[in-house]
Design a protein around this ligand. Sequence first.
Ligand code: FAD
Length: 355
Amino acid sequence: MKQSTKDVIVIGGGQSALAVGYYLRKTNLDYVILDQQKRTGGNWLHYWESLRLFSPAQWSSLPGILMPGGSDYYPSRDDTIRYLEAYETRYQLPIERSVTVETVRQREGKFVLATSRGEYRSRAIISATGSFQKPYIPPFPGQANFQGSTIHSADYRTSEPFQDKRVLVVGEGNSGAQILAEVSQVAQATTWVTLNEPQFLPDDVTGRDLFDYASATYQARKQGKTYTPPSLGNIVMVPSVRQARQRGVYQAVRPFAEFTSLGVRWSDGREETVDAVIFCTGFHPALDHLNSLGIVESNGKVATQGTKAEKIDGLWLVGYGSWTGFASATLIGVGRSAKQTASEVSAYLNNGLRY
Ligand code: FAD
């Protein structure tokens, strides 16, 4: 069993951890990044094959090197994995792979991490395990009786298993729209089930614009001003979504009342036979490893001030979305949180400062 003591341990090895590593290498701190996967790419390794980023390449970069492709190219899943591999190599980030952090505890002023490769110790922890690993499926009555197949978007890879099937796609976000675009080309029939009427962004609004709006809101808030971003929906019109819209596949209906053994029953009592349901209904943050510290709240999050945990010294959380920094669950947005975090951790360990 291996044992190691570091100034800082970063838990997770996706883009958020790499961005944190980029800034930690500029400090005098001894650190390591522990990732449970065998190879680079974080959760991008598990997204579906045809996924296109909603953010054009030019606005999909971590601090340092630019994602290739420019302002009109929407990178694919594999472009993104290649970019992260190049990033890790270029900055020679100290990553140990195939290491799962199971629990984190505090002992004698240090953090003690129980991992699949033995115990590690550190003076500070940066958790960067992502928000897209624990799939959420809303409860529907009768689901246990349904004889068709149900999957979450986290397990969707290609449209092939849905060839000639009657498919429901549940969920109104970018995942739902992109997966429906693909499945509708091979399925016998598709129905889009959404809680609310899906909102499509205008064709000329890109992920870059979204980031600009988020940045303007962030700057205004910092200066104590109010900024109301333009009213926008949330589905970015990447090429596959535009084509699907032209094919007329985006007719959304409100959720069914319950599953039946052969399909679903709608709220007007009508029954419909369905072969498969794809839930594109979101995720919960992957924070199980922090349960042992007693700071994960009932909403699955940790109380934070910026990225610093409020209830415990020496712990930061990066990349989990707006509760850990503006746009921090995006490639371009996580850099700002990572920079601030590295500087806080450095001050904390070098000067014993409390935040
Ligand atoms: P992850 O990529 O999830 O990486 C976390 C890493 O931590 C993983 O390698 C995981 O195995 C590891 N880990 C977890 N728990 C442990 C543990 N206990 N011990 C050790 N290791 C652990 N963002 C954009 O900027 N543009 C886009 O177009 C875009 N499209 C998206 C499309 C979809 C469908 C989704 C779901 C997200 C999209 N995002 C996009 C958001 C975001 O950029 C990605 O989800 C990204 O993968 C988040 O990076 P991360 O490093 O925070 O987390």
